[in-house]
Ligand binder design. Structure first.
Ligand SMILES: Nc1ncnc2c1ncn2[C@@H]1O[C@H](COP(=O)(O)OP(=O)(O)O)[C@@H](O)[C@H]1O
Ligand SMILES: [Mg+2]
Length: 248
């Protein structure tokens, strides 16, 4: 039993003893095999691991798109097992931002409209959604691209729109699955620097899956998975530590 001091903040995201088994006919695959992971407030964590090690399965469970066979996911201390489907949807709309490899923007909508959508879904007025979407697009360097549709943007710009969409709800954590996987190295570096800057300036925690060591090196902590478990942890950036940045 954990005793919380009044100022103790719940971790934005925590996985406890996660097990996920898939059954196809008589074959059972244990994609996650008792995985523990805790992301601290303001922390930027990269998850690496070979293909088939369970990274995508983990992300699906962390954002509540699928349920574990055993174990628990907690977002800001709330166990997802206590939420029904509507509760999970509401959680994804308000507390967890998701960034995909393929951007997943709505093709018929302008950049600004894509970023307004999650705010409107969460109940913001049209006027508030417009103002916040614009400010967020300016923050990711796309103030001149508000009216562009996804097919009128470069890959790197499209991913920055997707990052603006994930961040505009002021989530506790952003979960990103290979966010630079579809980009050339220069655009990819730009996207990683942007994630790092937003992490530092807005204090949002980030969990990023990547198989590129250079991408992972932007994180405070690199967690390596194999066969559904965490097998090693590494801190690539000696300073400033998360704790030091918290005090600054
Ligand atoms: N829907 C599914 N049905 C059956 N097996 C699955 C399913 N999704 C993933 N798996 C299996 O679970 C393991 C982990 O997959 P995944 O989480 O996609 O790994 P990664 O993202 O690290 O490549 C793999 O062995 C994969 O074949
Ligand atoms: Mg995967």
């Amino acid at each position: 039993m954990q005793i919380l001091s009044p100022e103790a903040k719940a971790a934005p995201l925590e996985a406890r003893g996660l097990i996920k088994s898939y059954r196809l006919g008589s074959v059972e695959t244990r994609a996650l095999d008792g995985l523990d992971l805790r992301i601290e407030p303001r922390e930027f964590v990269s998850v690496m691991g070979p293909s088939g090690s369970g990274k995508s399965t983990l992300l699906n469970l962390l954002v509540g798109l699928d349920r574990p066979s055993a174990g628990e996911v907690l977002v800001e201390g709330v166990p997802l097992s206590t939420l029904d489907e509507d509760g999970l949807t509401a959680l994804r709309r308000t507390r967890v931002g998701v960034v995909f490899q393929a951007f997943n923007l709505l093709p018929g909508l302008a950049a600004q409209e894509n970023v307004e959508l999650p705010l409107r879904a969460a109940g913001a007025s049209r006027r508030e959604a417009t103002e916040r979407a614009r400010a967020m697009l300016v923050a990711v360097g796309l103030g001149e691209r508000l009216r562009h549709r996804p097919d009128e943007l470069s890959g790197g710009q499209a991913q920055r729109v997707a990052i603006a969409r994930a961040l505009v709800i002021e989530p506790a954590i952003v979960v990103a699955d290979e966010p630079t996987g579809s980009l050339d190295s220069e655009s990819g570096t730009g996207v990683l620097r942007l994630l790092r800057r937003l992490n530092e300036e807005q204090g949002v925690a980030i969990l990023m899956v990547t198989h590129a060591p250079a991408a992972a090196a932007h994180a405070d902590r690199i967690v390596t998975m194999c066969d559904g478990r965490v097998v090693s942890e590494d801190r690539p950036r000696a300073t400033p530590s998360v704790a030091m940045r918290g005090l600054a």
